[in-house]
Design a protein around this ligand. Structure first.
Ligand code: FAD
Length: 821
């Protein structure tokens, strides 16, 4: 035994085994400390809201901050709201449109949902007058006891009457066109506060502009509608190849006075087969006794079926071959009102932060149906569009409304698809949507406006050739363009719309607005190394740097920007992952450094009489790193070169040898590790972001010569006249240098990368109460070095950015950074 214990080899082996075991325990303890640090750090209690009023729609893709939201209950209150405000006004009905049609940044929204009374009913004449905020469902409940029905409405009953008129909607009704044909008269509140009546006989130009006018003419307050008789209807269904559908419709459905509702579903992914689902007037016994669908109905099956059929090719096949045949196997007889009272909730109400469900609609003249189908099919296949369903409807012509989408007899293709929510996903949907619009325009058709406004201005003009008539009426009754929303911001001819159109065409122009907030913690990892460099340069002991406070500050900023943006913007998974990667790696670094510097580092520092050349080189390296990361990604820093320098540029022997050697070993180990890590991260990031990430693109108003002379890095891309310019500026550190100079040169920013809010930080004395003009203080943040300072994080509307920046100088406040997107 003694023999065994002795010997060099067994002893070494035992030592190594022990060392391995202890280093394993040490490493596990270290990891535990890192996890604990991430857990404990941060600010869970922060609950400041970015905006008091944010209007969104069912897709959750269009959050728009509003200055105010008012819910009027009378015409007088609507007049008072219009006259009592001076900014833009948008109008919200049910808010089921899907592209910001009910909202405009920092405007007043009239939320019409409480303006919902029935004004008069003449049951014999089958005529009703209602306040425009009433939903179809509320109206159905009122008229059902009189055995009356809505004549034309959408499939679902959640929509408001005012919103439906403003879109000039269609339903599944046979023998009808858009809803305008069932409207007898409307009452409007105009921008000057006047209350006017309009019909085909009285103020017809207002009638034909406001119906289908998307809230751009004035507020539709009262509506008089024709009604129909509530009858029993029975469902009949039949499948056929899509090539036979147009002929089948013309001969079997179009002129059949017994058909009340009709639609035909095309099955993805090949769109070769359709299913006619028609409801005929019948005397048969009811299979559904309810007069209306119960409002407390719970929906669990259909959302699951939609998700399943949308999930894969197998899901789609199952829907076509198993689910639908089963669902339609049973006869159904119901009241017309029952069949017209569907609730949007049946489509599902799940989480839409990463994936959402969206509608689009295309109108094809009936004679061109067969030519459009293959074009649509090719675009879906080329772009791998995740189509849930294509439902075909029919509409007779509407020759009257100025923004008519049915200038001739048309089939409607209602497309329901899923999409991701990031700026890149939306851009991708924009690309194939514009191809679809080109395809429909090539067949003399039109596309529908209540959905995402991806169309170019030229496409809008081609689909709506009478838009000038509409704009002329708008100019006459709303000369200050007060009634506007995201749709009209894009298509009403203004300079802003013209520049936006150009910018939108640039690859990667649109960037998520949430990124101006999410970059705050990321930039802390620029500020903090600079504070570290400053801390060392001021002669401080690196062991005394507040490593824990730095970790806590990063996660505090992370928690705060997430609290501000959560639920307001779509989930930005890519950015969140990046923040976690840099946050966890920084925590790991600071935990290790904090422990090391407070043990071995402190000991060697205690043995040294002064800073060694190694200490000075380390200071130099951190200062250089701090400088570089303002302008370039951190991973391009020459870590390896500095790790070598500490051995080549400082003498090996000399005074304070212990400290010298320890610093050499510590620094070269740290920077060699960072060199490797930077290589790995740099490789991934280059692949993700590419070289085009280096500049910000914006719409600026001002004097072109002065603006162009500000800095050689500023490039005017296009001059739109009247001082409106599309231009680029450098990003990151360069952005913060150039933008204040542009502000001094009189530039007014209109939008930057598609966004109209931006974050900036200032650094000032801790007791300063200076406030930049127009900006809102979100919170203060820690400044470690120099001492006695605080960092203030502000958000400002892009339109006020110049004023805010120009106000800083007068208050002796130092701009630290503007967070581009
Ligand atoms: C699930 C689903 C199914 C749909 N099915 C159909 C369908 O079958 N047929 C069809 O045609 N469309 C359909 N749509 C589109 C929908 O019909 C339109 O978006 C319609 O506008 C919804 O009405 P709303 O009350 O939600 O209008 P909102 O979205 O609130 O408003 C639409 C437009 O009308 C304006 N507006 C609202 N109220 C007034 C007012 N009182 N005065 C002046 N302007 C006003 C708004 O400013 C906005 O521009 C569907 C949408 C969804 C989400």
């Amino acid at each position: 035994m003694a023999e065994q214990k002795g010997g060099f080899v067994p002893r070494t082996r035992r030592f190594l085994r022990k060392a391995l075991r202890y280093s394993g325990i040490l490493f596990a303890t270290y990891l535990l400390l890192v996890v604990l640090a991430v857990w404990v750090a941060g600010d869970d209690d922060f609950d400041v809201r970015l905006h008091d009023y944010v209007v969104n729609d069912i897709t959750e893709l269009n959050p728009v901050p509003m200055a105010d939201v008012v819910a009027p209950t009378s015409v007088d209150e609507i007049v008072a709201a219009v006259l009592g405000s001076s900014g833009p006004i948008s109008i919200g009905g049910g808010r089921y449109s899907m592209g910001g049609q009910t909202a405009i940044d920092r405007g007043l929204q009239l939320d019409m949902r409480d303006f919902d009374d029935v004004v008069a009913l003449d049951a014999d004449a089958r005529e009703i007058t209602v306040q425009s905020g009433i939903s179809w469902r509320e109206l159905q409940e009122y008229i059902d006891p009189y055995d009356l029905s809505v004549k034309i409405m959408q499939t679902y009953a959640n929509f408001s009457v005012g919103g439906s008129l403003s879109v000039n909607v269609h339903g599944r009704y046979i023998g009808h066109g858009p809803v305008i044909s069932s409207v007898k008269a409307i009452q409007l509140v105009l921008a000057d506060g006047s209350v006017v009546d309009a019909s085909r006989e009285q103020n017809p130009e207002l009638f034909f502009a406001a119906i289908g006018g998307y809230g751009g003419i004035g507020v539709i307050t009262e509506v008089t509608l024709d009604l129909a008789v509530n009858e029993k209807v029975g469902r009949q269904t039949k499948t056929m190849p899509v090539a036979e559908y147009a002929e089948y419709f013309a001969t079997t459905i179009r002129d059949n006075k017994d058909v009340v509702f009709h639609n035909a579903d095309m099955y993805p992914p090949d769109f070769e087969q359709v299913r006619d689902v028609s409801w005929y007037i019948t005397d048969e016994d009811l299979t559904i006794e309810d007069r209306l669908i119960a409002t407390d109905e719970t929906y669990w099956l259909l959302p699951k079926a939609i998700n399943f059929s949308n999930s894969s090719g197998f899901g789609k096949w199952t829907r076509k071959s198993v689910m639908d045949p089963l669902y339609y196997a049973f006869d159904r007889v119901a009241w017309r009102n029952w069949e017209a009272s569907y609730d949007v909730r049946e489509l599902g109400e799940g989480d839409r932060s990463e994936k959402t469900w969206v509608l689009q609609e295309y109108f094809i003249p009936v004679e061109n149906f067969d030519r459009f189908v293959p074009k649509m099919r090719d675009i879906f296949a080329k772009h791998e569009v995740d189509v849930v369903n294509v439902s075909i409807r029919h509409a007779l012509p509407d020759p009257d409304s100025y923004l008519s989408w049915a200038r001739n007899e048309v089939f409607a293709f209602v497309i329901y698809h899923s999409q991701g929510t990031t700026a890149a996903d939306r851009q991708q949907v924009g690309i194939w949507t514009r191809e679809m619009i080109d395809a429909i325009l090539s067949e003399n058709g039109a596309y529908y406006l209540p959905y995402q406004p991806h169309a170019t201005n030229d496409q809008f003009r081609a689909a709506y050739p009478n838009a000038d008539q509409y704009f002329a009426v708008k100019q006459a009754v709303d000369p200050d363009n007060r009634f506007r929303n995201k749709l009209w911001e894009k298509y009403y001819p203004t300079k802003r719309a013209e520049v936006r159109e150009y910018l939108d065409g640039l690859d990667g122009y649109m960037k998520g607005e949430e990124q101006t907030f999410l970059t705050v913690p990321e930039w802390y990892l620029v500020f903090n190394p600079n504070e570290y460099a400053d801390f060392l340069a001021s002669g401080n002991n690196p062991s005394s740097f507040p490593y824990w406070k730095s970790i806590d500050e990063y996660w505090t900023l992370y928690d705060r920007v997430n609290a501000l943006t959560d639920g307001l913007y779509p989930e930005n998974t890519e950015y969140q992952v990046m923040l976690w990667v840099i946050g966890v790696s920084t925590t790991a670094e600071f935990v290790a450094k904090g422990i090391y510097e407070n043990t071995i580092g402190r000991l060697t520092r205690w043995t040294a009489s002064a800073d060694t050349p190694e200490d000075l080189l380390i200071q130099e390296a951190h200062a250089a790193y701090g400088e570089l990361i303002y302008y370039e990604p951190w991973y391009v820093f020459p870590f390896a070169s500095y790790a070598g320098k500490i051995w080549t540029d400082t003498p090996f022997f000399g005074k304070n040898f212990l400290r010298k050697l320890e610093r050499k070993l510590m620094f070269s180990a740290e920077f060699a590790f960072k060199a490797l890590y930077a290589k790995a991260i740099g490789f991934g990031s280059q692949a993700t972001y590419g070289p085009s990430a280096g500049f910000a693109t914006m719409h600026v108003a001002g004097d072109k010569a002065r603006i162009a002379a500000v800095d050689p890095r500023v490039k005017v891309l296009q001059d739109f006249g009247d001082g409106h310019l599309a231009m680029t500026a450098p990003r990151w550190g360069g952005f913060t240098e150039v933008v204040p100079q542009l502000a001094t040169a009189g530039a007014e920013f209109v939008e930057i990368n598609g966004n109209d809010e931006i974050v900036f930080t200032t650094v000032e004395d801790a007791d300063s109460d200076a406030t930049p003009a127009f900006a809102r203080l979100l919170f203060n943040s820690l400044v470690i070095s120099p001492t006695g300072k605080k960092r203030s994080v502000y958000v400002v509307p892009v339109a006020d950015l110049s004023h805010a920046l120009n106000s800083l100088a007068a208050q002796d406040v130092q701009l630290e950074h503007i967070f581009d997107f």
